[in-house]
Design a protein. Structure first.
Length: 66
């Protein structure tokens, strides 16, 4: 049986993944977000959505984002 590599292919998948990821404080960095975006998202529109949404979510956790 082959297992497909994990990919984020929609905004709803991006939202769900971000919620789960940012629950853990060790992953609440923009560097971590950008690494995950490169690793799991091929579509540039969804990648941009993911990073922008993450920036907003990080601010709610009190992180300053440049």
């Amino acid at each position: 049986m082959m297992v497909e590599p994990f990919k984020i292919e929609s905004e709803s998948e991006a939202d769900s993944y971000l919620r789960d990821l940012l629950e853990k404080s060790k992953y609440r960095t923009i560097d971590e977000i950008e690494i995950r975006a490169q690793q799991y998202i091929e579509d540039n529109k969804i990648k941009n959505y993911f990073v922008k949404k993450a920036r907003g979510m990080l601010k709610t956790y009190g992180h300053e984002i440049e």
